[in-house]
Write a protein that binds this ligand. Structure first.
Ligand SMILES: Cc1cc2nc3c(=O)[nH]c(=O)nc-3n(C[C@H](O)[C@H](O)[C@H](O)COP(=O)(O)OP(=O)(O)OC[C@H]3O[C@@H](n4cnc5c(N)ncnc54)[C@H](O)[C@@H]3O)c2cc1C
Length: 391
């Protein structure tokens, strides 16, 4: 892969952000990209990539210094996810999910809970997952059936989760369960509870076979009389829904970054191919219809990137419409990744459709960014509600 030093929105970045982005870019080009095709083909969790990110302090980025982290802001985290995903979306998700699972602890955990769990996550020694979705509760978390019933100093959890990224390899899962079924508002029925995955009653029921992100295990979980101390609850009882929504305000930019990274990777691969592939006696990059495709891909990727960086600044600055900023970033970046990767396959012609080149993998990986952490339809609902509330 080639380096695009002077572009990629460098002007607004601080010296530290530029240095960190460059370090992750080099790591991604030299160590991650050569593994990407095999990770996809083998569809196995890339433990070597987890070790690599741990050794290079990449997991430390979204954690406070007092927990062994780098104390970086949201934009810096996004830069790292973007660079990793440019080479391998599955490896980018390692960092995105580690942050996703940690956010409930960071926003709702007590100091003692943070000291207990965050250092292991910052070092990468421990992995965490985020367990919201259930078979009957995807876009609508009010369908959650998993129950956590108080029994003295413990909760007894029964139920299950579906589609939980990394839950089969994680040490902890933040489980959203019904603790207050009688609450009038559905949004006050849930609590967030950190579950250690080695507890009796925690079972990985199956791993999904997926179109893309194939090295990232997506697990179905079953909880049967799973006992967890009350001290593992994050925040107040009944605050789980609010914690989940606040988490998405900070995690959706990570998925948008994954999308921008995938789009950038596909754009670079397509441009390199257009320079080298000859038809009608000259490189296809000299054909204006190919140039138009490449130009639109470049413009759309850059636009999505800048929107994302602005969203990060707004969210970090405490914008009261943070949910809207997170949603528009994910909406635009996810749709951009899908379009750009599809067009990249077009630039490659038939070669784009076979696994000799990376763009078919990137196209399959791009699709998930329109689906998880809220589908594109749900992002549109959030943006529209925010707009209507302001008018
Ligand atoms: C690979 C993968 C990894 C995932 N990782 C995690 C994870 O780590 N943790 C976790 O908790 N979840 C995870 N998920 C779950 C993911 O967030 C959900 O799949 C997603 O939120 C959509 O829910 P659903 O699949 O049940 O679709 P549904 O909610 O059934 O939606 C079906 C269709 O209806 C549309 N729709 C639904 N409601 C509305 C509405 N009100 N207005 C308009 N359209 C609507 C949707 O946009 C979609 O097109 C993951 C999913 C996948 C595939």
């Amino acid at each position: 892969m080639t380096h695009n030093g002077p572009i990629l929105g460098s002007t607004r970045l601080t010296e530290e952000q530029l240095l960190l982005r460059e370090a992750v870019r080099v790591l991604a080009d030299e160590r991650v990209a050569p593994r990407a095709a095999a990770i996809d083909r083998e569809a196995e969790f890339p433990e070597d990539m987890r070790q690599l990110l741990a050794e290079h302090d990449v997991f430390a980025i979204p954690f406070a210094e007092r927990h062994g982290g780098l104390g970086a802001d949201l934009l810096t985290l996004v830069l790292a996810i973007e660079q990793l995903s440019r080479a391998c979306a599955t490896t980018g998700l390692l960092l995105a999910v580690q942050s996703l699972g940690a956010i409930p602890i960071q926003i709702a955990g007590t100091e003692e809970q943070q000291d207990r769990w965050l250092p292991g996550l910052a070092s990468g020694e421990k992995l965490i997952a985020f367990g919201l979705t259930e078979p009957d509760a995807g876009s609508d978390p009010s369908g959650i059936r998993t129950r956590a019933v108080r029994d003295g100093d413990e909760y007894v959890i029964d139920g299950g989760k579906r589609f939980i990224s990394h839950a089969s390899v994680a040490d902890y899962v933040v489980v959203f369960a019904v603790t207050n079924p009688e609450a009038e508002k559905p949004s006050r029925r849930l609590s967030a509870i950190l579950v250690e995955t080695d507890r009796p009653g925690f079972k990985v029921a199956r791993i999904e076979h997926k179109m893309g992100l194939r090295g990232s295990p997506t697990a179905e979980l079953a909880f049967d009389g799973l006992r967890v101390p009350v001290g593992n609850r994050l925040g107040e009882e009944g605050h789980g829904f609010a914690i989940a929504m606040q988490t998405f305000e900070r995690s959706r930019p990570g998925i948008a970054a994954q999308a921008v990274g995938i789009a950038q990777g596909a754009l670079e691969a397509a441009a390199a191919y257009a320079n080298q592939r000859k038809q009608f006696g000259r490189p296809i990059g000299e054909l204006q219809m190919i140039q138009a495709l490449l130009a639109d891909m470049d413009a759309a990727t850059e636009a999505a990137r800048h929107l994302l960086y602005t969203a990060c600044d707004e969210i970090e600055a405490g914008n009261t419409h943070a949910a809207r900023w997170a949603a528009i970033a994910k909406l635009v970046a996810g749709d951009t990744a899908m379009r750009v990767t599809t067009d990249a396959v077009q630039v490659f012609g038939g070669y784009g459709y076979i696994d000799e080149y990376p763009v078919e993998r990137m196209m399959r990986d791009a699709k998930i960014t329109q689906l998880y952490e809220g589908t594109q339809q749900i992002q549109r609902l959030i943006v529209a509600r925010s707009l209507l509330a302001r008018s």
